[in-house]
Ligand binder design. Structure first.
Ligand code: GLY
Length: 612
């Protein structure tokens, strides 16, 4: 029996079933579908001790599927799809539950990018946070003009960008929702009211983020009287969030962007000891934007991803495009581990792509694309010229320089690399063939570590993002050339998020939806998984299990404990400066096959796939 059979979603969905996933056993109680609309039925969940890496079985469904980073969130999306909801309906239910159960990664206090396939066309909804109008180039500089300490910058009101997730979801729902907006909040409101068990991963995140307890609301909510993080399995209610979600479900996004909930958010940002400048005007004037998706030919596929302000698609497709212009790697994987024959060109191509990323990519409302079109960075001739720089020896740390896409001289300076973390990914295909890939974030674990509660007297609330630290701390290089991704009022910070929808180039049929959290390494994680799934022929689960390799241009990071010493030695022999470390992706992937929709969830996190 294959793992897919053991965890067949058809069996899971039929009635009462269970699924074991990283540290949680989820008893699915089935879906209550009533004639008068959608009704959520909370599953019973029994937490177990979590491990850092837990094998996932892989799943196969026949008509629809949802993959998300937490079983309760996946189940909420599943129930919406089962009740006839569309992919965007399910995504809204998933996001609201993630706000509650995976608060360290994403939520209503953050931003997101949504790729949506309506069965005919691809839409790219931009819910990225914006800099308040009072934020300028000196946002993260001290009085001497030096960049602030990164952690000090993260844990501050000035790190908080104007959240975009709610506005973005509302815009997409108005266009493609089938169920009532209000109903989609029911799962999260029910779980927030009745309680949900703290997952092992949430517990671990609390343990590794003790500074969260410096926020009074968060300390009261996430820590016990002795100051210890709530243990995995503790049943936690969030009545303040239930109240806020109820308001948004009844009044729409205006309940969040105006009035008392907005006033509380602004007070939390401005009242921090390192205050931000966000105002009620910043909030009430926020609009999500629909952008033109970037759809790029790659092998026999058309890969659609998010344009700037995300660097995700451009950098991932530069990497894979450079590799496609190099000689074919005959054996990319051996015993579930990428070979050096694949790793070396992947790392060299990544170095080149990240050099261009650091030089050119920023919010398109402020930064012109090279040659006036972001596709210049993906032009076959340009990628072939970049591939010609890859040789048998590595160009080594700092060896890759930006190219000149669009053949136009620019005065941009390269942005130095900065840490980027956090985030969550959702992939959904509905029964009508609509699909979404949505990557959603509050940036670092627990964002700015500031919790807002709408001014409620009740416990709990939601976390505010620290997305402003995705901007370059410095505005220019030593020669005075400006950095594309510098802070400017009303600007969106550059992202690495790479929500991806793949189509067959000849037929136009949907082939896959995938993406990952992981800061700048999102790009490597998603690129590796897509290459493995669609070019090497691995199943989604096999692709997501692969050990990771990452470089932003200097050191190479290999996933700790997952590669043989011979791989490290061979890469060092080729001139790579190698270190090993944990590389905690959170990939979700769905692939449409003749047998049905195959799904995979990252063994490094708590996600599962569900569907019928
Ligand atoms: N904050 C993660 C990203 O936008 O890439």
């Amino acid at each position: 029996m294959t793992p897919d059979n053991i965890f067949s979603r058809q069996r899971l969905a039929r009635a009462i079933a269970f699924s074991t996933c990283a540290g949680m056993t989820l008893w699915l109680s089935g879906v209550a579908v009533a004639q008068d609309g959608f009704h959520y039925s909370a599953p019973a969940v029994a937490p177990e001790s979590g491990s850092g890496y837990e094998e996932k079985p892989g799943w196969t469904t026949s008509t629809f599927a949802v993959a998300a980073a937490n079983p309760l969130a996946t189940d909420a999306g599943y129930q919406v799809l089962k009740a006839g909801g569309s992919a965007i309906d399910a995504a809204i239910a998933v996001q609201m539950v993630l706000t509650l159960v995976e608060p360290q990664s994403s939520g209503i206090g953050g931003g997101a990018f949504l790729m949506l396939f309506d069965g005919d066309q691809v839409h790219a909804y931009d819910g990225r946070e914006k800099a308040p109008m009072g934020a300028g180039e000196d946002l993260f500089l001290d009085q001497e003009g030096n960049p602030l300490d990164f952690t000090a910058a993260v844990e501050s009101g000035r790190a908080v960008g104007v959240p975009g997730t709610i506005k973005m979801l509302e815009a997409a729902h108005q266009a493609y929702g089938k169920l009532a907006w209000k109903d989609l909040f029911e799962p999260a409101i029910t779980l927030a009211t009745e309680g949900f068990p703290v997952s092992p991963r949430l517990y671990q995140s609390l343990v590794s983020t003790p500074s969260l307890a410096e926020d009074a609301i968060a300390r009261h909510y996430y820590f016990d009287d002795a100051g210890n993080p709530l243990a995995a399995g503790t049943v936690l209610k969030n009545p303040a969030l239930a109240e806020i979600l109820t308001r948004i479900s009844e009044e729409g996004s205006a309940a969040f962007y105006q009035g008392d909930i907005a006033e509380d958010l602004v007070a939390r940002v401005q009242g921090h000891e390192s205050p931000g400048s966000m105002t009620l005007d910043d909030l009430s004037s926020y609009e999500a934007v629909e952008r033109d998706a970037l759809c790029t030919p790659w092998r026999e596929y058309k890969v659609c991803g998010f344009p700037p302000p995300s660097s995700g698609h451009l950098t991932m497709m530069q990497t894979l495009g450079i590799m496609a212009a190099l000689p074919e790697v005959e054996v990319p994987v051996h015993d579930g581990v990428p070979t050096v024959d694949w790793l070396h060109p992947f790392l060299e191509a990544s170095r080149l792509a990240f050099a261009d990323r650091g030089r050119y990519i920023g919010d398109p409302d402020f930064v012109e694309a090279p040659g006036g079109d972001w596709n210049t960075m993906l032009a076959p001739d340009y990628l072939a010229s970049r591939a010609a720089l890859v040789s048998e020896q590595s160009m080594g740390s700092g060896g890759a320089k930006p190219g000149n896409p669009g053949e136009v001289q620019t005065a941009w300076a390269s942005q130095p690399n900065q840490p980027e973390h956090g985030t969550s990914h959702i992939s959904i295909i509905d029964a009508d063939g609509q699909a979404i890939a949505m990557t959603t974030t509050i940036e670092q674990a627990f964002g700015s570590r500031i919790m807002a509660n709408g001014g409620s007297e009740l416990a709990g609330g939601y976390l505010l993002n620290n997305e402003m630290t995705d901007f370059s701390f410095t505005a220019q290089d030593e020669q005075g050339n400006p950095i594309a991704n510098r802070v400017e009022p009303g600007k969106r910070p550059r992202s690495s998020m790479s929500p991806t929808l793949v189509f067959d180039n000849a037929s136009g049929d949907l082939v896959a939806s995938l993406g990952s959290p992981g800061g700048a390494a999102i790009i490597h994680y998603t690129g590796e998984a897509m290459d493995a799934m669609l070019h090497w022929g691995l199943s989604p689960q096999e692709a997501l299990n692969l050990p990771h390799a990452v470089t932003l241009g200097d050191k190479v990071y290999l996933e700790e404990g997952r590669f043989p010493q011979s791989t490290i030695n061979d890469l060092e022999g080729l001139g790579h400066d190698v270190e090993t470390q944990e590389l905690v992706s959170g990939l979700q992937a769905l692939r449409v096959t003749e047998e049905g929709i195959q799904g995979g969830a990252d063994p490094r996190r708590e996600g599962i796939v569900m569907g019928d």
